[in-house]
Design a binder for this molecule. Structure first.
Ligand code: ADP
Length: 271
């Protein structure tokens, strides 16, 4: 079992422009925990602080105050312990075109995190592991994909490679930051189903950042709604969707009158 816990986390950004000094309160007071085998959807409009939460969990930003605990201990900020922590917490980004270096083939992208973690003893064993990883993200036959470069793949296929790369160091926590928002609508459900299957198989703790309440409800155990840096609502997914308490959640739901229509219209599960 692994757990990430945020306790009263605050993140301010100080901006200076000549003599003008402003502070952006990106995250105001966030407390929640994310456990193995569970998915929490973090929902809210652009600029509400969702990515800042993800970036603090992955140590790309340091909280202004409050604590982030991994398995009960403060998240390390430097040295070998930080290196180890980073293997345990991986991220899938929004843009599959920007997140894979076009100069390297898929094998390179996937084997690198494995080699950094010394996950095999020979080149043959590494190749075998990369093949298995490609099969897990349904890029088959794996041999056909291994030596290709990112530009030879579709957006959906690239995002599957990005998911495989996040899984390569065998993480315990996965943060998916708008993982399908740049994909063609017809590909989204396939990629989300894949993430959900892997999350269950590996019993990962997953934070799913999205604008989309329909997929938040379908793919998450809990929904957390952010508004202007505050977590304004947090509860079991059905509860939040069916009985929203906060005005902003009600407004979001009002803007998406039929959250289930996505699934009725999208039987297509193709790559
Ligand atoms: P979201 O992911 O919900 O779109 P963000 O977490 O990216 O929101 O941003 C929250 C707020 O913090 C926004 O007002 C954004 O402009 C600001 N912000 C985020 N990162 C930085 C930064 N590095 N420097 C200054 N302001 C930032």
């Amino acid at each position: 079992m692994s757990e990430i816990r945020l306790e009263h986390v605050i993140k301010d950004f100080d901006l200076r422009n000549g003599l003008k000094h402003t502070t952006i309160h990106a995250v105001k007071d966030a407390s929640f925990s994310l456990e193995s085998g569970k998915t929490i959807a973090l929902v809210g409009e652009s600029g509400s602080g969702k990515s800042t939460i993800a970036r603090m969990i992955t140590c790309l930003e340091t909280p202004t105050s409050g604590s982030i605990l991994f398995d009960g201990k403060p998240v390390p900020r430097r040295g070998k312990a930080l290196h180890q922590y980073r293997h345990n917490v991986q991220m899938v980004f929004q843009d599959p075109f920007a997140s894979l270096n076009p100069y390297h083939n898929i094998y390179h992208h996937l084997v690198r995190p494995m080699k950094i973690n010394h996950l095999a003893d020979s080149e043959d064993e590494y190749q075998d592991k990369v093949m298995k990883l490609l099969e897990r993200v349904e890029l088959t036959p794996a041999k056909d994909f291994m030596w290709r470069r990112p530009h030879e793949l579709s957006g959906g296929q690239r995002q599957r490679v990005a998911i495989a790369r996040a899984l390569a160091p065998q993480p315990r926590i996965l943060i998916a930051d708008e993982p399908v928002s740049m994909l063609d609508v017809s590909l989204r459900l396939g990629v989300l189903n894949l993430l959900a299957r892997i999350q269950q198989e590996e019993q990962l703790a997953m934070l799913y950042i999205t604008h989309d309440l329909a997929t938040a409800r379908h793919f998450s155990d809990e929904i957390m709604v952010m508004y202007h840096g505050d977590i304004v609502e947090h509860g079991p997914s059905d509860e939040v969707i069916l009985h929203p308490q906060n005005q902003y959640t009600k407004k979001l739901l009002g803007a998406a009158p039929d959250p289930d229509s996505f699934f009725r219209n999208k039987k297509n599960n193709s790559k």
